[in-house]
Design a protein around this ligand. Structure first.
Ligand code: HEM
Length: 449
């Protein structure tokens, strides 16, 4: 089925995995499963059985009760299935290397380095990744059952890791902030983005087989039967140090209100999701909850960052129109579809001591350009301050800080500087994956090499 969007691009929605284009149900519960393929034939049989249970990007009513499965493969996984060498070599170099090999580049050093990652993340054992999402636990079990059946009586396929995740009804994650608000619209998908000021992004930025923002077709894995309608997926388990974050704010602020303001300056939004650009002085829960308004802003009227600091997390990750005056930077080439989820228990309000629990975000990104989308944003915008004229500063929330960094908050009469930023986020592991189109799943299942 080919569905036309409002523009000239037609996307083969029935062939694109649903989890790539569609927002998740809200709230939801979910599970990530990682599998190792020890036997090529069993691996292909698994793919054959998964094919009918993986959902496409057609409209929501096509889905089984709004719950769905997404499947993706690492480079090692494609190898384990017997994908021919010339095809393997057609994938992006970053994908072929795998995330662990990119650690130094990505700032995954010290405690975040692959030597400390949770096993089997970052090892050559990770072959197949499944994401199962559902609005509630009962329906999750039903969908999980379909995934379990796909693996039944296949001794050559091992389940090697499981991570449960969820989204609270408030949409808030462990630091207490609503997340997942800003999302680009994909041209031709018919699914609106969150920012009505932003023209839909060309489909080729996210899905193989279509022109991208440069007007050309991005290098697509070959053969087309495998590459078309696929996308890369970045999967990262990010542990959040919530107690340390709260203690840091407590040390730097003289009142609760000041701590809340500093925290909002760090994120670029208030806990409700209200953007500092529209609510610079205090949280505005009505604004935070209003999807029509909570993304209706730019930074052009605040280039010096008096409302939202240029170094705030959300502004670094999507500087919107703030870089328009710099002809060399086209923000549209660095947009990200994010599908992050929370894991672990929420730390109760007011607790300042670490309870030892593992909590954080499973960060998911989908896009056709690992290098100029995810890696660029992580290395140039989050881990470096050159683009905002502050080379010594990293993202205060998610940057690879090491207790020596700082964060500048422009204010009158003199700016404020938060010093000695420790790492509030520690990488527990991750993988680069490829989520093929549905026809490509059949191609993989039918391999006969
Ligand atoms: C544990 C780590 C992280 C936490 C807790 C976190 C939290 C948040 C929050 C609260 C927002 C504001 C809500 C929103 O606009 O959706 C946000 C926005 C965003 N984050 Fe993160 N984030 C994390 C890591 C990352 C990483 C590693 C990247 C990219 C490499 C990233 C990219 C983005 C983007 C693109 C936005 C949207 C900005 C916009 O469109 O205005 N985040 N994040």
């Amino acid at each position: 089925m080919t569905v036309s969007g409002a523009t000239s691009t037609s996307l083969e929605l029935a062939d694109i995995q649903g989890g790539v284009l569609h927002e998740r149900p809200s709230p939801y519960v979910g599970t990530y499963l990682l599998l190792r393929v020890d036997d090529r034939g069993a691996g292909r049989e698994l793919v054959r059985r998964l094919h009918p249970v993986v959902d496409s990007g057609r409209s929501l009513p096509d889905r089984v009760e709004n719950a769905w499965i997404t499947v993706a493969f690492t480079y090692q996984g494609l190898k384990a299935l017997g994908v021919p060498q010339d095809s393997l070599e057609s994938f992006a170099p970053e994908f072929r290397q795998g995330m662990a090999a990119r650690a130094a580049e990505l700032g995954d050093v010290g405690e975040s380095s692959p030597a400390h990652w949770e096993r089997p993340l970052g090892t050559s054992d990770v072959h197949v990744a499944l994401a199962v999402l559902s609005p509630d636990a009962a329906r999750l079990e039903a969908v999980l059952d379909r995934a379990r059946q796909a693996r039944q009586d296949l001794p050559g396929v091992e389940l090697i890791w499981r991570q449960d995740c969820y989204q609270l009804p408030t949409g808030r994650t462990s630091f207490g902030f609503k997340d997942g608000i800003g999302q680009p619209a994909v041209e031709g998908s018919g699914i609106p983005g969150s920012d009505r000021r932003e023209q839909p992004i060309k489909a080729g930025e996210f899905i193989f087989g279509y022109p991208d923002e440069t007007g050309s077709l991005p290098p697509m894995p070959t053969p087309a039967a495998l590459g078309r309608n696929g996308t890369y997926i970045v999967f990262r388990k990010l542990h959040t140090r919530v107690a340390a974050y709260r203690r840091y704010l407590r040390e730097k602020a003289s009142s609760r209100e000041e701590a809340e303001l500093l925290s909002a300056k760090i994120v670029g939004r208030w806990p409700s999701g209200a953007p500092l650009a529209l609510a610079p002085d205090q949280d505005a829960p009505d604004l935070g909850a209003d999807r029509e308004r909570n993304n209706d802003f730019g930074y052009l009227d605040d280039l010096r960052g008096f409302k939202c600091p240029a170094g705030a997390h959300a502004r670094r990750a999507n500087p919107r129109d703030a870089l328009d005056h710099e002809m060399s930077v086209n923000v549209r080439l660095h947009r990200m579809i994010r599908r992050g989820t929370s894991y672990g228990p929420i730390l109760r309000d007011g607790i300042l001591d670490d309870d030892g629990a593992d909590r954080g975000i499973v960060f998911i990104f989908a896009g056709a350009h690992l290098n100029r989308q995810f890696e660029f944003v992580k290395t140039q915008w989050l881990n470096d301050g050159i683009f905002i004229g502050a080379p010594a500063e990293k993202d205060p929330l998610a940057g690879s800080n090491d207790s020596s960094g700082m964060f500048t908050i422009p204010q009158r009469p003199i700016r404020r500087r938060l010093q000695d930023l420790p790492p509030f986020v520690v990488t527990r592991g991750g993988e680069y994956c490829f989520a093929p189109g549905l026809r490509a799943l059949r191609w993989l299942a039918d391999l006969d090499t």
